[in-house]
Write a protein that binds this ligand. Structure first.
Ligand SMILES: Cc1ncc(COP(=O)(O)O)c(C=O)c1O
Length: 492
């Protein structure tokens, strides 16, 4: 066997050099299967290196299955793995390359697909609530008048749409960036403004995909609890001092999943703290336009003279998710940085959809649509609350939201939402269990009920079935519920 040549001046450790040279010889066939490699001590002496250099090289080769240490035989080169037999082309097994769907999501999807099922699990409105006729007419007009813009369009969005949004939000068009979904906005914010290892403060429970975004960005998430008045801001000063976060993330209006709204006093307190500690605030507000009861509370963005807030909103919940249009409003420097990053990701939002949305806003169709939509959502929420009151056993509590899509319901101890989910599946009813949105006993007892997808009769029937499932579990488990009122305020 030719001697190996090790370069002592290289920054690559000697054992790695030796390992790679042996590997090359195995792959080139000059060390065929069955060849005995020199004993460790002999090779070490020949090369003038420490014995551990050879031991480490052999150990790595064995870990790769290229050699095997055999008692009495030393280290022997292994035959290459047997190739699969020739035969018909087998389909590529992509599923083994990616994570499979979350089992809870696939269970829920299986229920939702069954005919006669009732879904409180959706994150959208029933299709009859989309302004399909008005949007259809605008698309037709775009083509019949030859105005349909079919090119790429600017990276920050179609300027007239940016102007129309700016007018509604109370900022300048240069502060608006149109994106294909607020999901994309949150993703870009996490990649552009945060480095891996930095810290973000997040309400928990929280919109599940936000938590996923921060996790995949490698940032540290410091959770803050939420109660009936929104994010609990009292402990924030200490959190800011201890963890020095760059950003704080909140859904102040009709929180997903809790349905609660942050009070004005807390909004002011949050802004004061953010300015004192130099923490940026991401105000995620896809449901703000969908208030049907109570008094509106000014947005954090409108209360923020210092430019701390990045406001994110979407047409997904108020108009339709099918157009994939959302926007963020932030100081121009932030808009420019995020626009540059989006250029390499989805390039642009669909220009034709932006043209249609601009006309929808400018021609008053959006306002007309919202005026019709809000009372429908109000009636559906009332139908849900009435059904819960009528059917649920004592001890089940809920928070009544003033807008948005979701109502959060809490089961009494010792019930668990996951157990109810499988029992409800037998009744053909789906919802999202609370522990999907965060940890803790109260989340495990929480269920998120969407009231914008099922219609009123389905809501009544769905709650009846759900309540029957709750009673069945109580009977089967023979447990008495703890029907003490929930503790002072927190809904989770
Ligand atoms: C709080 C919150 N943020 C963002 C989104 C994502 O919306 P979009 O369709 O604009 O990506 C959702 C959707 O459920 C949401 O509930």
């Amino acid at each position: 066997m030719d001697v190996f040549e090790l370069d002592r001046s290289s920054s690559t450790p000697l054992y790695q050099q030796l390992r790679e040279q042996i590997k090359q010889r195995i792959f080139s066939g000059s060390l065929p299967a069955g060849t005995r490699l020199p004993p460790e001590r002999t090779l070490a002496n020949t090369l003038g290196v420490n014995r551990t250099t050879v031991v480490n090289a052999y150990r790595d080769l064995a870990a790769e299955g290229l050699v095997e240490g055999r008692v009495g035989h030393g280290t022997v080169v292994m035959p290459p793995p047997t190739p699969p037999p020739d035969g018909p082309v087998r389909p590529m097994h992509w599923a083994s390359m990616s994570e499979s769907e979350d089992p809870v999501v696939s269970d829920i999807n299986a229920v939702v697909r069954r005919s006669g099922s009732i879904s409180f699990a959706h994150g959208e409105m029933s299709p009859d609530l989309f302004p399909a006729t008005a949007l259809g007419q605008l698309f037709s007009r775009a083509f019949s008048t030859g105005k349909a813009p079919l090119g790429y369009g600017p990276v920050a969005g179609y300027l007239p749409l940016r102007e129309a949004i700016a007018g509604r939000v109370g900022v300048t068009p240069g502060e608006v960036l149109v994106l294909s979904g607020s999901q994309l906005a949150l993703y870009l914010i996490s990649r552009v403004l945060l480095q891996p290892g930095e810290t973000v403060v997040v309400e928990v429970p929280s919109y599940i995909n936000t938590l996923g975004i921060f996790e995949s960005a490698g940032v540290r998430v410091v959770p803050v609890p939420v109660d009936r008045d929104g994010m609990q801001v009292d402990g924030l000063a200490e959190i800011f001092l201890r963890y020095r976060p760059k950003l704080l993330f909140t859904v102040p209006n009709f929180h997903n999943p809790l349905g609660v709204t942050m009070s004005l006093a807390r909004r002011r307190q949050l802004l004061t703290l953010a300015a004192r500690h130099q923490v940026g605030i991401v105000e995620d507000d896809p449901y703000g336009e969908l208030q049907f009861a109570g008094d509106p509370v000014p947005s954090l963005k409108s209360l923020d003279p210092g430019g701390y807030v990045i406001y994110v909103s979407s047409f997904s919940k108020s108009v339709t998710p099918g157009l994939r249009l959302a926007w963020l409003a932030a100081p121009p420097a932030v808009v420019e940085r995020i626009a540059a990053a989006r250029g390499t990701l989805d390039f642009r939002a669909a220009l034709l959809n932006q043209w249609v949305m601009d006309a929808f806003l400018r021609e008053g169709l959006m306002d007309g649509h919202l005026q019709q939509l809000r009372p429908v959502l109000h009636r559906r929420r009332d139908a849900l609350v009435a059904a819960l009151r009528q059917h649920m056993p004592a001890g089940v509590t809920w928070h009544v939201p003033n807008g948005g899509y979701h109502l959060w319901c809490t089961l009494p101890r010792p019930l668990r939402a996951r157990r109810l989910l499988s029992e409800a599946a037998r009744e053909g009813v789906a919802f999202i269990p609370g522990d999907y949105y965060g940890p803790g006993d109260e989340a495990r007892r929480g269920i998120r009920l969407n009231f914008t997808y099922p219609r009123e009769p389905e809501i009544a029937e769905g709650v009846k079935r759900l309540a029957a499932a709750v009673r069945r579990i109580l009977k089967e488990e023979g447990t008495a519920v703890d029907s003490r009122p929930e503790l002072s305020g927190p809904v989770v």
